[in-house]
Design a protein around this ligand. Structure first.
Ligand SMILES: *[C@@H]1O[C@H](CO)[C@@H](O)[C@H](O)[C@H]1NC(C)=O
Ligand SMILES: *[C@@H]1O[C@H](CO)[C@@H](O)[C@H](O)[C@H]1NC(C)=O
Ligand SMILES: *[C@@H]1O[C@H](CO)[C@@H](O)[C@H](O)[C@H]1NC(C)=O
Length: 192
């Protein structure tokens, strides 16, 4: 069940991407871009929200659930990107073995975050079911858990007092991840 659910989620995301060819904003009806602006206005990082979601305007149209899914997709991508960044830092020549081990724990936390975000996407697919309230609560819980995972990564690396240069790079990318997830969560919170 877990495995098939996982693949179904991936499939959903792939289908979503294949329909979501980012188009230049000028070709998109203003109704769609206004919808994104208005929806992003309720998030903690509205400028980032608008910038990252505009490319999905023609797919999202004025559908709030699709907008949430686009935001979740961006959050998943950003978490994956950050994971790659941390992996590069962890395998750098300039890093001590204990520091590298703290970074690997951080990568584990980011993987957990991606898992929670995929669970969020799964819950979002069931919002038209009879147990809508339950699924909506689940989506919020999973997205919050993903933020906690990202915070755990930072805590772990801070506790190790890894070299400042490495620390700053990790802080930058993880704080980006947290902003994207936080925006997705705001959009989910404002769905109904
Ligand atoms: C965003 O919110 C502010 C304050 O609530 C409001 O003044 C502004 O008109 C809103 N912008 C959009 C695009 O909805
Ligand atoms: C993730 O990385 C890819 C490839 O570098 C880039 O195109 C994409 O914009 C990044 N996405 C986010 C959300 O950071
Ligand atoms: C390697 O570590 C030293 C000391 O922490 C630092 O000054 C230097 O900038 C690092 N080099 C690279 C390539 O990160």
């Amino acid at each position: 069940m877990e495995i098939s659910n996982y693949f179904f989620t991936i499939l959903t995301i792939l289908l979503f991407i294949s329909h979501a060819n980012p188009t230049s904003a000028s070709k998109v009806p203003q109704t769609y871009t206004s919808f994104i602006k208005k929806s992003c206005n309720t998030t903690t990082y509205p400028t980032l929200c608008v910038k990252t979601l505009y490319p999905y305007a023609s797919t999202v149209k004025t559908n709030s659930i699709r907008l949430c899914n686009a935001a979740l997709l961006v959050a998943i991508q950003s978490t994956g990107n950050c994971s790659t960044t941390v992996l590069k830092l962890a395998s750098g020549k300039n890093i001590s073995r204990p520091d590298a081990s703290a970074l690997k724990n951080c990568i584990g936390d980011l993987k957990d975050a991606v898992y929670e975000l995929r669970q969020t996407v799964s819950a979002m697919r069931h919002l038209r079911d009879a147990d809508k309230e339950f699924q909506w609560d689940n989506a919020k819980t999973y997205a919050s858990a993903a933020i906690t995972d990202a915070e755990t990564c930072i805590d772990e690396v801070s506790d190790r007092r890894v070299n400042q240069n490495v620390m700053n790079k990790i802080r930058d990318c993880v704080s980006g991840v947290e902003k994207h997830i936080s925006n997705a969560l705001s959009l989910i919170n404002h769905l109904y």
